[in-house]
Design a protein around this ligand. Structure first.
Ligand code: MLC
Ligand code: AMP
Length: 506
């Protein structure tokens, strides 16, 4: 049966002996193992009652088995819903309640807590999958048959839902179709010249677009290989570079690499391409990297809702501080934020995109979906940018109130709501200010009730139970009041300016 996304994988898995993933423990998974392993997991999913269209929510550590589970979900016609391993039980409860998955898969160490919230959300099944190919789901997969008749899925059918936090209130599940993922993977493979000879150094998490789709899907459709690291670790990166040809990373990876004396032409001699995205790469990082290695980092721009939109060229000039050209098949315009009318090149406006890469909407939120698309089908990214005279797209800021820390999005509203609910707090404003390692550091500016002495450590401790660690403010600053404009709106730009050197010097 035709399964739009998995058929592409099948077509590139021509050599069953070829390595698909090698992990740092030396475990090797070939393309043959991929075919049989995904069949086993797909059979296990069906036995557990997962039906086409059902959501499979997955919060597991990075492993080769986790990739098998992703692809098995696609083969079974179900919808893969990966969740950040940093999410707390309080955060997970919302996702389970909203997505109503048929199955939750979690790390064995988290089973008890997750089983409790899953039961409350009415999720019928909870299974475990550990990093060492262990866990109850791994056992069920091992005991299952190694062939599977793929469930028929067309280009428009859902393959995945990825939650992105909202600027106001609740997280939204971005619904991604088989063709959103397939078309982008094929485009990136060609644009970045991936072939079966490539070996990608994979140090990103696999619960977001960057590590799961941009990296893994591109490798899959090229029939290439990945060296899988559990997380970014400069020692391991230098150890493996002589065996790799490419790496994809968030700017923090490159900030750390350029500070390392081991970064030289010799160390990167085997590498043909370094790609950066998910947050702005400083021109200074680009310059230092080039100076030390002779290689220009290729910066691209994307989003959970849209997959990848633009990229600096493979052959042409890779210009620091720009995100390059719209990818083939992607229509991009810079528009007036109010009207959506296209602005002349050189003018700053909101970036809007349209193409096969763009998602079909937010899960069960038709109004929110409608509000973020123009009538002519363009999606409003909320990023502010301009197009220069050579056609390069520049991102100059964000129209949305969002902080990006080490490539992870933090929506101030979510952190403010938690802080505002604490005893002794009148109000708070959460901002992002320059941070030498994470690009932006989440920072909370808090107003205390009269006579109350607020304690930074106590606020952080209370937040820790509610929010994933990367969302926690790196600093909490207590002030008398917040600056407001005549409309009464908090002037975050003034706060960002006041604290712009808070993290200077490390
Ligand atoms: C970890 N910490 C962070 C953090 N990551 N704090 C803020 N921001 C982050 N991104 C916390 C840790 O919990 C720890 O807290 C402390 O900071 C220091 O940890 P570390 O050991 O230095 O961090 P590390 O584990 O090395 O992680 C940093 C990182 C990682 C940058 C390598 O965050 C990472 O891999 N980020 C990639 C995110 C990503 O994949 N984004 C793609 C989204 S898709 P403590 O208290 O324990 O000391 C997307 C679309 C697109 O955006 O275009 O791609
Ligand atoms: P996410 O919702 O996690 O997918 O994050 C998407 C957001 O990351 C985009 O809307 C941009 O604000 C930002 N982003 C991604 N790539 C880049 C880049 N190369 N430069 C600047 N911002 C980027």
């Amino acid at each position: 049966m035709a399964n739009h996304l998995f058929d592409l994988v099948r077509a590139s898995a021509t050599d069953p002996t070829k390595t698909f993933i090698e992990t740092e423990t030396g475990l090797k998974l070939s393309y043959g193992d991929l075919m049989s392993g995904t069949a086993r997991y797909a059979n296990a999913l069906v036995t557990l009652g997962v039906k086409p269209g059902d959501r499979v929510a997955v919060q597991v550590e990075k492993s080769a088995s986790a990739i098998l589970l992703y692809l098995a979900t696609v083969r079974a016609g179900a919808v893969f819903l990966p969740l950040n391993t940093a999410y707390t039980l309080a955060e997970l409860s919302y996702f389970l309640g909203d997505a109503e998955p048929a199955l939750v898969v979690c790390d064995p160490s988290r089973r008890d807590g997750i089983a409790e919230i899953a039961a409350k959300a009415g999720v019928p099944a909870v299974e475990t999958l550990g990093r060492a190919m262990d866990g109850s789901l791994a056992e069920k997969a091992k005991a299952s048959a190694e062939d599977f008749a793929d469930v028929a899925r067309g280009p428009g059918d859902l393959a995945a839902i990825l939650y992105t936090s909202g600027t106001t209130g609740r997280s939204k599940g971005a619904m991604l179709s088989h063709d959103n993922l397939a078309s982008n993977a094929l485009t990136l493979k060609d644009y970045w010249r991936f072939t079966g000879a490539d070996v990608l150094l994979h140090a990103l998490p696999i619960f977001h677009t960057h590590g799961l789709f941009v990296a893994t899907n591109t490798i899959l459709v090229a029939g290439a290989s990945m060296l899988f690291l559990p997380k970014f670790d400069a020692d391991k990166v230098f150890e493996l570079m002589p065996r790799a040809t490419t790496m994809m990373g968030v700017p923090t990876f490159y900030v750390r690499l350029v500070q390392d004396s081991r970064l030289t032409r010799a160390a990167t001699a085997h590498m043909r391409l370094f790609i950066s995205g998910s947050a702005p790469l400083l021109a200074e990082t680009h310059r230092l990297f080039r100076e030390k290695t002779g290689l220009a980092i290729l910066e691209r721009y994307g989003m959970t809702e849209t997959n990848m939109n633009t990229s600096n060229p493979y052959d042409g000039e890779r210009i620091a501080g720009t995100v390059g050209f719209p990818l083939p098949g992607v229509a991009l315009r810079v528009a007036d934020p109010e009207t959506g009318a296209r602005l002349p090149d050189g003018e700053i406006g909101v970036i809007e995109v349209k193409g096969p890469n763009v998602f079909s909407g937010y899960w069960r939120m038709p109004e929110k979906t409608a509000a973020e698309f123009r009538k002519d089908g363009f999606f409003i990214t909320g990023d502010l940018g301009k197009i220069d005279e050579r056609g390069y797209v520049h991102i100059v800021g964000r129209g949305k109130d969002l902080v990006i820390s080490g490539g992870y999005n933090v929506y101030p509203k979510e952190v403010e709501t938690e802080i505002d609910g604490m005893p002794g707090v009148v109000e708070s404003a959460v901002i992002g200010v320059p941070h030498p390692d994470f690009g932006e550091g989440v920072t909370a500016v808090v107003v205390a009730e009269k006579g109350v002495a607020l304690d930074e450590a106590a606020i952080l401790k209370a937040l820790e139970e509610r929010l994933a660690k990367y969302k926690l403010p790196k600093r909490v600053i207590v002030v008398e009041d917040l600056p407001r404009n005549t409309m009464g709106k908090v002037q975050k730009n003034l706060l960002r300016d006041a604290y712009k050197t808070l993290y200077a010097g490390g």
